[in-house]
Design a protein around this ligand. Structure first.
Ligand SMILES: [Zn+2]
Ligand SMILES: [Zn+2]
Ligand SMILES: [Zn+2]
Ligand SMILES: [Zn+2]
Length: 479
């Protein structure tokens, strides 16, 4: 057993090879929902280009930023982050400072991530920063690159990106072939670093987390505290079970999920992807298909070619194909208009248009349709931006049964949706409902997010506040 395997074993984990899957992380002891399986700092990371401009290299915060006076590329929220990044940035800063304006413009987050990966390796080789069994370049070297699966165009692109890295770091012995391979590794191994509410902040390479395979019915979830990746069990995991997370949003049909997994170069064969064909048809008919003419009926519709109609499998009502096409075209047209209003910041117009889209889609799709869900998620954001709490709450509540159906295990998205509901109910002084929603949010998020972060502490205090207010209202009623 090598040092890495011993370190994993101490955490109750082991690496195995599973036929057809390659490396896999396996539990060497039992874990309960909420237990932390892995807690790892990134080997290298870089902030994404946020819509607001820049973010801190250390913590990805977007407020109180100051530019590094040396390179004028890195940003920091304060001296603590600048200090923690300095050993690496010292080298990076020197390299970035000497770049021409043209080259500076080519520094995408992925290029910066690679530069930082090369520099971190150098710092560890030179023993400027320490290595541990779970933090060293050997673990990056062991990642799969899928180079042989790439097409010519992609290889050329990675080679060009590698050349740029060499231009940025001229004094280092940069092996172009290895960097090209590492770009390919990043594409299928790097993780999007998100905040507590799952908004993307940056990208990081976490070689131990990368050992974990995907399943559309995961028993674990990956969340972040700052840049630290935490993998938590969401289901009981028994000794000998494989630890699996989901690489993609699983709120989709098998075909859509498989397409999203394409760039990882494997075909998922989890129970959800290999269910029997009739179940599969039913799932597609619900998630992407049309709703019954009778809006109170939750039946799913199958197409009958001979009479060009969709027939409800529960109440046998039929819907004409041409009628459906007509509504679908209208939805498409209005959605495009709504999206363009939203992108130009015309919120009230976007709101009106999305409301129309929603009404049409309610008429068109199954109540658990992912398209309708997507429209409602957008509409919810628009209502929140417009401070329209009442409509936001109605919209938020409508998404919950769909989330419940899509995510069977405790899922952060469902927890966050309950949290949003609770906050809106609290604002609207619906104390009893707020108390219920905060309680549901806590049930889920304490498993996925733990209990110690400021985000969770805020949720706990909101729950306490709602509880106290509810008790007060009850006692006032008794008097
Ligand atoms: Zn910071
Ligand atoms: Zn700098
Ligand atoms: Zn699957
Ligand atoms: Zn029906």
């Amino acid at each position: 057993m090598n040092a890495f395997e011993r370190a994993l074993n101490a955490e109750g984990l082991t690496v195995s090879t599973i036929h057809g899957k390659g490396r896999a992380l396996v539990a060497a002891k039992d874990f309960l929902p909420g237990d932390v399986l892995i807690c790892q700092e990134p080997y290298a990371s870089s902030p994404s280009k946020s819509s607001t401009g820049s973010s801190c290299d250390g913590c990805f915060s977007t407020t109180n930023l100051r530019k590094c006076s040396g390179c004028r590329i890195a940003w920091y929220c304060g001296s603590a982050c600048q200090k923690s990044e300095w050993k690496l940035h010292q080298l990076e800063c020197k390299a970035l400072s000497s770049l021409t304006e043209d080259k500076r413009k080519m520094l995408t987050p992925t290029i910066r991530l690679m530069i930082r990966l090369v520099l971190r390796r150098k710092l560890q080789n030179d023993r400027v920063i320490p290595t541990t069994a779970a933090d060293n370049y050997d673990l990056v070297a062991a990642l799969v690159s899928h180079m042989s699966d790439l097409d010519e165009k992609q290889i050329v692109l990675y080679a060009q990106m590698s050349n740029l890295v060499k231009v940025v770091l001229p004094s280092l012995e940069v092996d172009l072939r290895e960097i090209t391979q590492n770009f390919s590794k990043l594409s299928c191994n790097a993780h999007t670093i998100c905040d507590d509410e799952l908004r993307p902040l940056g990208t990081g390479l976490y070689p131990v987390v990368s050992i974990i395979n995907h399943s559309c019915i995961p028993n674990s979830v990956l969340v972040f505290e700052g840049q630290i990746a935490l993998v938590r069990a969401v289901e009981p995991i028994h000794k000998g079970d494989e630890v699996v997370i989901s690489y993609i949003d699983t709120a989709a049909t098998t075909e859509t999920r498989q397409n999203s997994l394409n760039h990882y170069f494997f075909k998922c064969s989890c129970p959800r992807c290999t269910k029997n064909p009739l179940e599969e048809l039913k799932e597609v008919a619900i998630l992407e298909g049309y709703g019954c003419k009778d809006q109170k009926c939750f039946g799913f519709l199958f197409y009958k070619a001979e009479n060009k109609a969709f027939t409800c499998q529960v109440c046998c009502h039929s819907r004409d194909q041409y009628d459906i096409n007509r509504i679908e075209n209208e939805v498409e047209e209005l959605s495009a208009k709504a999206a363009s209003s939203l992108s130009t910041g015309n919120l009230s117009e976007a709101c009106l248009l999305y409301k129309k889209v929603e009404q049409l889609e309610v008429n068109l799709f199954h109540p658990h349709s992912v398209k309708l869900l997507g429209t409602r998620e957008t509409l919810l954001k628009v209502f929140l931006d417009l401070n329209d709490w009442r409509d936001a709450l109605t919209c938020c509540k409508l998404t919950i049964p769909v989330y419940q159906r899509l995510y069977q295990s405790p899922h952060p998205l469902l927890g966050l949706q309950y949290y949003t509901c609770g906050k809106l109910e609290w604002l609207l002084e619906q104390t009893e409902d707020a108390l219920k929603s905060f309680t549901k949010a806590v049930e889920i998020l304490r498993i996925t997010h733990g209990t110690s972060t400021p985000f969770m502490k805020e949720l706990f205090s909101k729950l306490d506040e709602a509880r106290a207010e509810h008790c007060y209202k009850l006692s006032a009623k008794d008097d």
